[in-house]
Design a protein around this ligand. Structure first.
Ligand code: DAU
Length: 352
């Protein structure tokens, strides 16, 4: 059978598709609108793979999604499709409401209609797995325990509010219609194919171009950092053995301040790509105006996933970051392809 992966040409989605085709026997239908952060190059290694089918389209297009579900006899939907950048959500929240809330609603309805008509056995095996964020739990104080699945939602940005709303829809479709859903709330991901608007790839790009590494505010905001391939493994496990209707937090127990992240990055770059003038990348670190409503700390309690499903992350922050830097150094063409046109307008708007 086949799984339908939405947002498949984006960062986590493309990593997941590549991982899935390596690890599982099921085929993949990739659906992606190819908006600014979706890049078909992420999936180019699958061009001649008969187990992979790419479709350009919107999760909100019910006719298209219904047709794909039937045509490929889809056994599970993994929904990565989302507007995901907090800074963009502050400038223009409309797309976040449209994609993350209305889009998820439409996808749930397409899934429900397809699932309702399935034979009993296929109905039992069907899953709707929704990918969400630790940001829905809101900001923690430094002494608070990490967020667990039973914590209340307290989203603070248009982005996290839109993800929280989508999580509630997913939950309601389970409670009301018994659609077999699973929700995954993940910490900050990093790794190959991440669009260079997020902290780590942006700093790698700017470091290599000799530009400032902009740190918002005092740089003491804390995030938990998860290597994307560990996230993909977690999703596979949850899809296989997760309890229907449940939420699973995925994190690395690896809290770092933003300044620590950028300093570690600079140290790795100094070692792997030393500057010809002998200077250090540390000198490019610059403190800039803070993000409005900037959440101070996110941290994830991933013990449910570890105890119930036996998942363990493989990479530490340092090993994952080193792999990431190496990947970007080896894929500068990918990076440069992504940073023309609309991207330059964004950088101008946000950092000028
Ligand atoms: O926590 C999970 C979330 O992580 C995901 O749900 C979001 O989709 C994802 O974008 C990410 O949100 P963040 O806002 O934490 O990621 P971002 O990479 O934008 O920023 C990470 C931290 O670094 C944050 O505290 C803001 C700061 N930052 C970011 C940028 C882009 C800077 O100091 N300078 C920057 O230029």
């Amino acid at each position: 059978m086949t799984i339908l992966v939405t947002g498949a040409a984006g960062f986590i989605g493309s990593n997941f598709v590549l991982d899935w085709l390596n690890q599982s026997k099921e085929d993949v239908v990739s659906l992606d609108l190819l908006s600014y952060a979706g890049n078909l190059e992420n999936l180019s290694s699958l061009d001649n793979n008969p187990r992979h089918h790419f479709i350009k389209g919107n999760i909100g297009d019910r006719e298209l999604v219904s047709e794909l579900l039937k045509k490929y006899q889809v056994r599970a939907i993994v929904n990565f499709a989302a507007e995901s950048h907090v800074d963009r959500s502050i400038h223009e929240s409309k797309y976040f409401i449209e994609t993350n809330i209305v889009g998820t609603y439409n996808l749930l309805e397409s899934a429900r209609s397809y699932w309702s008509d399935l034979d009993q056995n296929l109905k039992q095996d069907f899953r709707f797995l929704h990918i969400s964020s630790d940001e829905v739990y809101g900001s923690l104080n430094l002494t608070d325990p990490p967020s667990s699945e039973s914590d209340p939602y307290k989203p603070n940005s248009p982005y996290s509010a839109s993800k929280a709303a989508s999580d509630h829809l997913v939950r309601a479709w389970f409670q009301t219609y018994k659609l077999p859903v699973l929700t995954v709330n993940s910490a900050n991901n990093y790794g190959p194919y991440q669009f260079p608007e997020k902290l780590i790839p942006l700093c790698i790009l700017n470091a290599l171009k000799g530009k400032p590494l902009a740190i918002y505010g005092d740089g003491q905001q804390v995030r938990d950092w998860l290597y994307v391939k560990d996230h993909c493994t977690a999703i596979r496990e949850i899809l296989k053995a997760g309890q229907i209707g449940e939420t699973y937090n995925v994190g690395r127990w690896s809290e770092k301040t933003n300044l620590e992240v950028v300093e570690t990055l600079c140290a790795i770059l100094d070692e792997l790509e030393p500057k010809s003038n002998g200077k250090s990348y540390f000198e490019q670190i610059t403190f800039v105006k803070d993000r409005p409503g900037h959440d101070r700390r996110y941290a994830i309690d991933a013990s449910k996933l570890e105890y119930d499903l036996g998942w363990k992350p493989q990479e530490t922050f340092e090993t994952g970051l080193r792999k990431t830097v190496l990947w970007y150094l080896e894929n500068e063409t990918w990076m440069n392809h992504d940073v023309s046109g609309e991207y330059q307008d964004w950088v101008q708007k946000q950092y000028s």
